[in-house]
Design a protein around this ligand. Structure first.
Ligand code: 5AD
Ligand code: SF4
Length: 464
């Protein structure tokens, strides 16, 4: 077999070195996907660059969940076209690839309206990126791959080789079969699929060998996880988390995003029993009105949610709760909105995200004739966000004076500062030595700032 092509001298390598620039919009899973695309292209000689102007490949990883997603993509593509044109004048070629959920939902439209785009690929086909790039180098034209392939991309992705520090995302489950009335995810990410336990453990071990201390397990319905275990049986998220806890060096585990219907007793017990499982839970409720929850096809009531939270707080009294809310879902009345406010006041959240309902084509709610006026959505959002902001401040104030373990991950903004996160996901900085970065140490919280807390180091005890 002739493998001349594989023999590369150092000079050759330099001459051949090419650059890749990735723009990531949207959720944490898109961040994970972008990192994996970089992992795929590094072995082909592509260096990741922050400078779009020198990139041979520009990837725009898009999000379709809310807002004017498609218009935003075309406006960004206009900017990328200018870069491509400028480079072409200097005799350099540039490939533009559009990935992610807009690519999945509107791929043909992207190719039609932006003929300078070379590649369109969906969230389930990005493992084919090297092959698509090779094809593009051989011929002109445009390529689109938005299949839901039979093979799983996870079987084709290389092991991660680089990390950005001490925390990492790891996708364990993808897609959704729940079909909430407002949501595009079941259409863009496809059917629910869980990765096998062994492949997750292998990736987690690899990450920890690279120095990662905290892993956030990702999935659109992460707590519906039901991957095949090493014993051939189906494992749930609690079992997976317990197994992950045995990996040397891994001191913190988080997971997102969960659905109330899948918050089972074993996972609640894991919050009580597993010290590595952080006391933070993002559990979207969307609305506090049973009528709206039903219209949303959420499959639970507001009281079901209240009971779940009671159980969680019994298991782990200090658990910090986070949620997502949508105001102005079609048919939501002022009374319904009051029910949402009542639920928020009953539960009290440590943090939360709230959005105005935005119609997504192809979803059930988008075609409803009972759309809520924009001005009404604005007013409700303002009212809700004011209360959520107060609750967040109250939660943070409760940590004042407390001793809290912080995983330090980077330098602070001012010199001499280091920063990281509390178990409750609060951003915290202290005046402290750089050699604590990458370690967990206890601090005393002594000041509440707008977007973070500050504290003082208690003692230089490295717990990891
Ligand atoms: N309009 C507004 N918000 C939405 N979300 C999902 N789809 C829509 C939509 N069409 C919100 C939900 C979800 C979060 C990720 O985004 O609250 O939990
Ligand atoms: Fe979308 Fe989550 Fe509902 Fe699935 S469960 S349809 S991802 S909001």
């Amino acid at each position: 077999m002739c493998n001349d092509g594989l023999i590369t001298t150092a000079t050759n390598l330099k001459r051949n070195s090419r650059y890749l620039h990735v723009i990531t919009w949207g959720c944490q899973m898109n961040v994970y996907d972008s990192n994996r695309m970089m992992d795929l292209l590094r072995p082909l000689g592509y260096h990741v660059t922050e400078d779009a102007g020198i990139a041979d490949i520009l990837i725009l990883n898009t999000c379709h969940i809310r807002d004017k997603a498609t218009e935003k993509v075309f406006s960004e593509l206009g900017r990328l076209k200018q870069i491509k044109d400028a480079r072409a004048q200097e005799g350099q070629s540039t490939l533009i690839a559009v990935a992610g959920c807009v690519a999945q939902a509107e791929g043909e439209e992207v190719l039609r309206r932006a003929p300078f785009v070379d590649i369109v690929l969906g969230p389930q086909t990005y493992h084919r990126l090297p092959e698509m790039i090779a094809k593009m180098h051989r011929k002109n034209g445009q390529l689109i791959d938005t299949d839901f392939p039979v093979e799983s991309k996870f079987d084709y992705l290389p092991a991660p080789e680089q990390t950005n520090g001490y925390t990492a995302f790891l996708t364990i489950q993808e897609g959704c079969d729940k079909f909430c009335s407002f949501c595009v995810v079941p259409y863009t990410r496809g059917a629910e699929e869980s990765r096998p336990v062994n492949s997750i453990i292998a990736e987690a071990k690899q990450l920890c060998e690279l120095g990662i201390k905290e892993i956030t397990l990702l999935g659109q319905n992460v707590n519906a996880y039901h991957g095949e275990g090493p014993d051939g049986k189906s494992w749930n998220l609690a079992q997976l988390a317990e197994k992950l806890s045995t990996i040397p060096g891994l001191i913190r585990i988080r997971y997102t995003t969960s659905h109330p219907r899948d918050m089972n007793d074993s996972l609640i017990a894991a919050h009580r029993d597993l010290p590595t499982l952080m006391p933070f839970l993002h559990l979207p409720v969307q609305s506090g009105s049973d009528r709206v929850l039903q219209a949303m096809n959420r499959g639970h009531t507001a009281d079901d949610y209240r009971h779940l939270i009671d159980k969680l707080r019994k298991a782990r009294p200090d658990i910090a709760l986070s949620s997502d809310f949508i105001v102005g879902h079609p048919g939501e009345t002022a009374e319904d909105f009051k029910e949402t406010m009542r639920l928020v006041n009953d539960i009290t959240f440590a943090q939360a995200y709230s959005f105005k309902y935005s119609p997504r084509s192809g979803t059930v709610a988008a075609v409803s004739v009972r759309q809520v006026a924009e001005s009404e959505k604005d007013a409700r959002l303002q009212e809700l966000q004011a209360v959520l902001k107060l609750q967040q401040e109250t939660f943070n104030r409760q940590t004042l004076g407390r001793e809290i373990p912080v995983l330090f991950t980077h330098k602070g903004r001012k010199s001499g500062q280091i920063a990281g996160r509390s178990p409750y996901l609060q951003a915290i900085h202290i005046d402290g030595p750089d050699n604590l970065i990458g370690f967990e140490a206890s601090i005393k919280v002594n000041e509440l700032l707008t977007h973070s807390l500050s504290g003082t180091l208690i003692k230089e005890q490295r717990t990891s």
